[in-house]
Design a protein around this ligand. Structure first.
Ligand SMILES: [Zn+2]
Length: 166
């Protein structure tokens, strides 16, 4: 007989590598979305905190968690969504920020605890993911998705997405 704790860690292992539907280099763990995994008898209860509210990625995550667990014979899966505490970009791991940059998306520059940030426009210089120049400019508050702002590098002229701080 395995303990409940061993079983939940096996479930963590199954779902921790689920990629972000929008940014496939990031996993659900990089984003810090999974809050808790619990076993109630045969039922798996996964508690998640959505990232950007209204981001279409979230319902995709729910579907992917359920599908992944079903594939491994966990038929009864419940997803609980909690907004307390709300997700912020501070939850992104340093590794996640590096992955974002390598993928061509500038990671959030500020900690939301600074309280001085503006949604979409960073007060600090956003670093160009292509040439690492800090000479960059916001072109639009919205990039490829509402979660990102569109920036352009003034040196290499490449446009790029900036992952907004929230
Ligand atoms: Zn550049």
């Amino acid at each position: 007989m395995s303990t409940a704790k061993e079983n939940t860690s096996a479930i963590w292992d199954l779902i921790k590598e689920i990629p972000d539907p929008e940014i496939p280099v990031l996993t659900i763990t990089d984003l810090g979305v999974i809050r808790n995994v619990e076993l109630k008898g045969e039922k798996v209860v996964v508690t998640i905190t959505p990232t950007y509210t209204g981001c279409p990625a979230m319902t995709q995550f729910e579907d992917d968690i359920v599908a992944t667990l079903k594939k491994h014979k966990y038929e009864d899966v419940e997803i609980i969504i909690t907004y307390d505490p709300p997700w912020t970009t501070d939850w992104l791991s340093e590794e996640a920020k590096l992955k974002l940059q390598n993928y061509g998306i500038a990671p959030p520059e500020e900690k939301t605890t600074d309280k001085k940030y503006l949604i979409g426009e960073s007060k600090k210089n956003v670093i160009c993911p292509q040439c690492k120049s800090t000479h960059t400019k916001m072109i639009s508050q919205f990039g490829s998705t509402a979660c990102k702002a569109l920036y352009q590098c003034q040196d290499c002229k490449e446009p790029f997405d900036y992952f907004k701080c929230i």
